[in-house]
Design a binder for this molecule. Structure first.
Ligand code: SAM
Length: 298
């Protein structure tokens, strides 16, 4: 399956100016929610909490108990993740609470004014016009949830996100499993041998997340979230701010102009892990510009 990029989207090479996200989306299928491949059904058999209105008591909320007997978010600034976890269990469709519940932060839509802009060497990128506080939700990575096996013949893997919560658990960025974290109950070494079964294909449909570039020193991190089911292989993939991200302009001495801080996350490719149709390892140089850049995206 070839990537079906919408007409004109990437044909504006050389455009160094601002192109707003809204404008770009006129020519692109903006997708708020995940779609599912035809042969795929989400499990529905998870029990929710019995709370009414918003969940307030973590000892009474069945979902909070799955998060180590506490809510993973604080209400401040519209909801912030307290710390990165292997998996966050949010309240969902089977719960008694409503959408304003503190344990549904990732379900409440994009809160910041994000802009898709042309970077000098990585194609499109994303930046924010607002200050984003540390732990704030940025956006879900949406697309078509598909079996990884069904993507084997794809010519361009640029917009495919493999759902590998176990890799996140192992600590992509050195995070350790914490007491009370559900991952401490799972034997990670056993599970690592499993292949990644599902991926999100944002090649033809997706949202702003598909334009977020990789950095070896990122300001966002990936967080797996479960709410409507408890199958980690099909977890929702959400990006959160790792630090406070200022909209303030930073002077770039190479470009000789002020640029806003770009939103980035670590794609987490292992070196030499991408193989072409001919069986040969495919490599891509990293242009993130971080001081400790690993030099290769893959
Ligand atoms: C998910 S897309 C990100 C958006 C993309 N820049 C675009 O123009 O649509 C991933 C692709 O962006 C490019 N990219 C992302 N981060 C990069 C980096 N640090 N260095 C070089 N290329 C990067 C690579 O071509 C990669 O396959």
């Amino acid at each position: 399956m070839r990537l079906q990029r919408s007409r004109g989207l990437h044909d504006v090479s050389g455009t160094s100016g601002i192109l707003s996200y809204e404008l770009l989306m006129l020519d692109f299928v903006y997708q708020k929610f995940m779609q599912f491949a035809k042969n795929l059904k989400l499990p529905t058999n998870c029990l929710g909490c019995q709370c009414k209105g918003g969940c307030t008591n973590p000892r009474a909320c069945a979902c909070a108990q799955l998060n180590g007997n506490d809510f993973p978010y604080v209400q401040r600034d519209g909801g912030r993740l307290i710390e990165a976890k292997s998996v966050v269990f949010e309240c969902g469709p089977n719960c008694g609470c409503n959408i304003s519940c503190v344990n549904r932060i990732s379900q409440q839509g994009i809160k910041y004014h994000l802009e898709v802009f042309r970077t000098p060497s990585k194609g499109w990128g994303v930046r924010s016009w607002d200050t984003i506080p540390s732990g704030a939700p940025i956006c879900e990575y949406t697309g078509i949830l598909t079996k990884t096996d069904d993507m084997d013949n794809i010519a361009d893997n640029s917009y495919i996100f493999e759902i590998d919560c176990l890799q996140t658990m192992k600590g992509l960025d050195g995070r350790e499993t914490r007491p009370g974290d559900v991952s401490s109950l799972i034997n990670l070494d056993d599970k690592r041998s499993e292949v990644v079964e599902y991926c999100i294909d944002a090649g033809s449909v997706g949202n702003v997340a598909r334009f977020i570039n990789h950095s070896c020193q990122p300001n966002l991190f990936v967080q797996c979230i479960l709410s409507s089911h408890h199958d980690m292989k099909m977890a929702k993939v959400m990006l959160f701010a790792a630090d406070t991200i200022p909209p303030l302009e930073i002077y770039d001495f190479c470009l000789c102009e002020s640029v806003m801080e770009e939103l980035t996350y670590d794609y987490g490719y292992a070196l030499d892990s991408v193989v072409g149709a001919d069986g040969k390892v495919v490599k891509m140089r990293c242009h993130c510009g971080a001081v400790d850049c690993r030099k290769w995206l893959y």
